[in-house]
Design a protein. Structure first.
Ligand SMILES: Cc1cc2nc3c(=O)[nH]c(=O)nc-3n(C[C@H](O)[C@H](O)[C@H](O)COP(=O)(O)O)c2cc1C
Length: 187
């Protein structure tokens, strides 16, 4: 369990932040992966991404190819949702956030230095992700001179946490507008 009913909201908030930080730092932590939801043209779109960093200002950083559909989605509608689940602790975290795109600026350059040379190739495909191809090998062709690296920064507006527990589930909402004070909700 990440928290229980006798914990103070401020303690729960600290636990949530601590666990999210661990997700960004530990490749084996379940919060290393999150589901990113954007508003697609016709449907909501969801996909798994890697949490690269939770900044001191509480911004979630994710890397992506700037040509992907998610980038188009969030340029159109910057309001996104992030979803985390920790199966052992039986905790779900839902985040509503505003997204900004960072390409070739200070943040993107600083983060690019953290990407190993091997991994840098993931941002250098000749064809844009999602392009229709006749055979799979066409999707592996690289254009080594051109990286399409970008950093997505998600600034949270609301963080909601659901703790499953035998004695009764617990649900708490934290909102930026309320100074991140916690409020209990009916689970
Ligand atoms: C475990 C896992 C981790 C992933 N991490 C990322 C990531 O950090 N960034 C990313 O752009 N895509 C990542 N992907 C691929 C996305 O889920 C998605 O397929 C791709 O980005 C295209 O999505 P889009 O067309 O909706 O933009 C990951 C997929 C899996 C299965």
């Amino acid at each position: 369990m990440l928290f229980n009913s006798s914990d103070a909201p401020s303690q729960i908030w600290q636990n949530v932040l601590h666990e999210l930080h661990r997700g960004a730092l530990d490749p084996k932590h379940p919060f290393r992966f999150l589901t990113l939801a954007t508003s697609g043209v016709q449907f909501p779109q969801v996909r798994t991404v890697v949490l690269r960093q939770l900044s001191p200002a509480m911004e979630f950083l994710v890397y992506t190819d700037v040509r992907t559909a998610k980038v188009q989605d969030l340029l159109e509608t910057p309001r996104v949702s992030l979803l985390f689940y920790h199966p052992k602790k039986q905790v779900q975290i839902r985040v509503k956030a505003l997204a900004t795109l960072h390409v070739a600026n200070a943040l993107a350059q600083e983060q690019w230095k953290r990407v190993s040379e091997k991994r840098q190739s993931e941002y250098k495909s000749g064809l844009a992700p999602g392009t229709r191809i006749e055979t799979p090998d066409l999707g592996w062709e690289a254009d080594p001179e051109n990286a399409h690296f970008s950093v997505l920064k998600f600034s949270p507006l609301s963080i909601e946490v659901l703790q499953l527990a035998r004695e009764g589930h617990l649900r708490m909402q934290f909102e930026l507008a309320a100074g991140w004070q916690g409020t209990w909700l009916v689970p």
